[in-house]
Ligand binder design. Structure first.
Ligand code: 3HC
Length: 689
């Protein structure tokens, strides 16, 4: 039974019981309505306490049902039945009360939250608006301004913050016991039902503020705007019409492309786990050795320590050891500044990271993660030393972004225990972790990578060995195509603008300025000997680096950064690009923002399809996770593979074939796209699993 009723004297306790998160699916809605009907007929009851079985109150509507037609009873009707029942219903919020869970609590006459409870309306993060009265009841409870702060941003509040805005009435260690005690003591006092309260006071400034905040923070997304419209509607009388409008908007958005894309990513994130095909137990890991204390190594060491590992950080000499100590220290200082820990705790934790010079005194760690300079010689030497210094069972991981993990593994006597663990910078913040399987990597080593990833609360994605693995390989092709557009007629800032308009967090040139043009320069030089001489090569970025325009750190790159500040367009760059086009005998042409977006997204999709086809990625959703979490691809477009399915393989193939006619080397359609176009299949279902 998805809903349980127990009687305690003259109080009934109704528990939502739908593990693992008490999602409100059809059975829960039907069970709740039946409970209202049964209990309403019982004249001896003083009150009903609504709670969740287990550790969660209710995680909201069951998003898995959003792809099927709505089935009655509908949640708004259940909420209204609870609100208008003859006995007062009291929400005892024992854990997360999110979305529809929060809306059920709003329908109750009183809300008591446990100290660890969270409560909020995150619907916009799934591309919808609250659909069971949230937009009409919440402003009537907390006022328009607070509701505008919560709903359009999809905020979830901790109990004390929820109490501060008036979303809950009380906080208690045991909210069910507290509710029972209040009923027993006759201390219940209720205001008018929210559906019966007057319209909320209009506040044009707060609405304008919310709109500009949504445009900035939720750029490109429809749901936040529509939520604001509905909240404005709550300033008019007539609750029922507000509810009707909310329902209509909810159902419309639920079937829209953005909601589908956001659901896809939501479930892909939860599905990012060790694949069943990896049938081995992880090596037990308590202690981790990190090699290299630069920005990346320090971030990894910090994240490991925070996750409970004992960490030893290895540097090459005393000077480097001191720099590593300073890098780690900065992260703890920052954590104190951001209120994540007190100074005392930061000092204790930092002291638990041991910094050493050389490999002589390493602890018997179960795992080593190398985050040293990107040079195959350097890495081979380090892995040789780790192989000697660490126990035979230890797993050795490299954080390389693009070097050959097979070659690194070959410098050890245990290639089956070597893998890539590719973190993204800043390593303690970015959720993505590419787990790279080399030819000889064992299931045990991979299982260890996934176990450590889970403990670090990362989103792990399995990748095979190739230059750049999943993310950097797509990035390379994306940038290559952007450079072609720049040479053929566009300009870096026009390309950036077009891609930001598409929804990318930043344009490709602004990103390069931030990471430094010297990094991709080194990669191009490394690739030079194996580059296809028939492939177009755009030398503009090389010239930039050779002239010292290496990005923000030099105050000049694709943009200028006067006084170290924000990016400013540099008109001189146009001369440089025109000059290079002249040398290359290219007649520059007008390139529209639509063409920029089309070519760049198709370049990413084609490369991603090859990655899937080659078995570098196991499934399309893994590629989507990598691009959304590591490269600023808009979440609300669902990642490049999900986006490709919205266009369709046949249409994609037509377009790529048209580009291929002009440049058959760069635009070779991926065999996967050709197959899917012929079979009418979807990228979502392609891949190895
Ligand atoms: N619908 C369907 N399944 C859900 C779900 C939901 N709303 N929320 C979580 N799940 C599933 C997950 O997919 C996962 O399934 P799996 O075990 O098969 O992979 C399982 O429940 C456990 O989820 P998590 O791994 O996320 O568990 P955590 O303990 O880490 O987190 C949580 C729990 C904080 C509740 C988190 O799951 C969460 O944030 N859920 C989504 C909340 C949300 O967005 N609610 C709004 C829904 S829309 C709505 O309510 C519309 C209404 O206004 C009409």
């Amino acid at each position: 039974m998805a809903v349980q009723i127990t009687r305690k004297g003259d109080v009934a306790i109704v528990s939502i019981d739908n593990p693992p998160v008490n999602a409100i699916g059809h059975a829960v809605r039907a069970g709740l309505l039946e409970a209202v009907e049964t209990l309403s007929a019982d004249g001896t009851l003083k009150a009903v306490v609504l709670t969740g079985a287990g550790k969660i109150f209710a995680a909201g509507a069951d998003a898995r049902e959003f792809d099927t037609p709505p089935e009655s009873p509908h949640l708004p009707d259940v909420a209204l039945a609870i609100e208008t029942a003859p006995q007062p219903w009291i929400a005892a919020i024992n854990g997360a009360a999110l979305g529809g869970g929060c809306e059920l609590a709003l329908a109750c006459r009183m809300r008591i939250a446990g100290t660890n409870a969270t409560i909020g309306l995150p619907e916009v993060t799934l591309g919808v608006v609250p659909g069971a009265g949230g937009t009409q009841r919440l402003p009537r409870l907390v006022g328009l301004k607070s509701a505008l702060d919560i709903i359009p941003q999809g905020k979830v509040l901790k109990a004390d913050a929820a109490k501060a805005v008036g979303l809950i009435d009380r906080i208690a260690d045991d909210p069910v016991a507290e509710a029972m005690a209040l009923v027993d003591g006759g201390k219940l006092g209720f205001g008018a039902r929210l559906s019966e309260r007057a319209a909320v006071e209009a506040d044009a400034t707060a609405v304008l503020d919310a709109r500009s905040r949504a445009a900035k923070r939720m750029r490109g997304q429809i749901a936040p705007e529509r939520a604001i419209d509905l909240l404005e509607r709550a300033t008019q009388e007539d609750f029922d019409r507000g509810m009707a409008q909310e329902r209509e908007t909810f159902l419309e958005l639920r079937q829209g492309e953005q909601a589908k894309a956001l659901r896809h990513i939501f479930f892909a994130e939860r599905g990012a786990k060790k694949p069943d095909s990896i049938a081995a137990e992880p090596v037990p890991v308590d202690t981790v050795v990190v090699i290299g204390g630069g920005t990346m190594g320090a971030g990894i060491a910090y994240a490991l320590e925070r996750a409970g590992y004992t960490v030893t950080l290895v540097e090459t000499d005393e000077g480097a050891r001191e720099r590593a100590e300073a890098n780690v220290g900065r992260l703890f200082k920052d954590a104190v500044k951001r209120g994540l820990m007190a100074q005392e705790e930061a000092d204790e934790r930092q002291a638990r990271i041991t910094l050493v010079v050389g490999y002589d005194d390493l602890p018997p760690a179960g795992l080593a993660i190398e985050a040293a300079f990107e040079s195959i010689e350097v890495k081979r030497e380090i892995f040789g030393k780790l192989d000697e210094a660490l126990p035979k069972h230890a797993i050795l991981a490299t954080n390389t972004s693009y070097l050959d993990v097979n070659e690194i593994a070959a410098s050890t006597s245990r290639p089956e225990r070597v893998l890539g663990l590719h973190f993204f910078s800043p390593a303690h913040i970015m959720k993505l972790l590419e787990i790279v399987r080399a030819d000889k990597t064992s299931h045990e080593a991979l299982a260890t990578g996934f176990a450590v990833g889970a403990k670090l609360k990362k989103i792990p994605v399995l990748a095979g060995v190739c230059d750049g693995f999943i993310g950097n390989r797509i990035l390379f092709r994306y940038r290559e195509e952007a450079d072609v557009l720049m040479m053929d007629g566009s300009l870096p800032w026009l390309i950036d603008e077009a891609m930001v308009e598409f929804g990318m967090a930043m344009g490709p040139y602004e990103v390069q300025d931030l990471s430094g043009l010297d990094i991709s320069y080194a990669q191009r030089k490394r690739r030079a000997p194996t580059r296809d001489p028939n492939r177009r090569y755009i030398p503009i970025a090389d010239r930039m680096v050779e002239e010292g325009r290496i990005g923000k750190k030099a105050s000049v790159g694709w943009y200028r950064y006067p006084g170290g500040g924000g990016a400013v367009v540099d008109p001189l760059l146009e001369d440089l690009i025109t000059e290079e086009a002249h040398f290359a005998k290219v007649t520059r042409r007008e390139i529209s923002p639509d063409e920029i977006r089309e070519r760049l997204t198709l370049a990413m999709i084609n490369e991603a399809a090859d990655i899937l086809n080659d078995g570098i990625a196991q499934k399309a959703s893994d590629i989507d996770l990598v691009m959304v979490h590591g490269y600023g691809f808009p979440r609300w477009r669902g990642g490049p593979m999900h986006y490709a399915d919205t266009i369709g393989a046949a249409a994609i193939l037509d377009k790529i074939r048209a580009f291929e006619r002009d440049d058959p080397v760069m635009w070779r359609p991926s065999p996967l796209i050709v197959n899917l176009a012929a079979s009418g299949g979807r990228f979502a279902n392609a891949g190895q699993v």
